[in-house]
Design a protein around this ligand. Structure first.
Ligand code: ZN
Ligand code: ZN
Ligand code: ZN
Ligand code: ZN
Length: 156
């Protein structure tokens, strides 16, 4: 399980109550009410939640995966340094890169083609031949983006 960190004040000095639920003493004091949150999806635990151990918030697992700071570390992967998890820009399916080949992947659910690094529709990282100057061009690798925009786009 992820190390608990308060989503409000970013303190890791929190009390873990259940497998997913934790309480922040600092925020509870500041807000003058008990501030509980889900360690996985990093949102406030609903005060009227019927369950105290399993998070009932929508898309908890999806959000938790996209927030995870696990990165692709394979030095030979064209997706090295990317977040391990991405959400398909079209159907929101949670996807991973197999580490092989080019950074582009195809969503197996909706067949959307996109770049795992920069999330644009398509990127080439192979060299190409510039016929005007008669030379091979090594394109600049695209910039790896994090999942912040995705989370916003998905309304998570
Ligand atoms: Zn806090
Ligand atoms: Zn949650
Ligand atoms: Zn898709
Ligand atoms: Zn790209």
């Amino acid at each position: 399980m992820s190390t608990a960190k308060c989503p409000s004040c970013a303190s890791s000095d929190v009390g873990v109550l259940d497998s997913q639920r934790a309480v922040c003493g600092y925020c509870s004091k500041v807000n003058r009410r008990v501030f509980q949150f889900c360690c996985d999806c990093q949102r406030e635990w609903p005060r009227d939640a019927s369950s105290t151990s399993a998070c009932m918030l929508p898309d908890c697992a999806l959000r938790a995966a996209l927030l995870s700071d696990t990165k692709i570390s394979d030095p030979f992967s064209s997706a090295r340094g990317c977040p391990f998890f991405r959400a398909c820009p079209k159907c929101k399916a949670l996807l991973t890169h197999n580490g092989k080949g080019c950074p582009n992947i195809t969503c197996p659910h909706c067949h959307t083609y996109f770049c795992f690094r920069c999330l644009s529709p398509e990127c080439y990282d192979d060299q190409y031949y510039d016929s005007d100057n008669e030379e091979y061009i090594e394109p600049e690798p695209c910039v790896i983006v994090d999942n912040t925009q995705t989370l916003e786009d998905l309304g998570l």
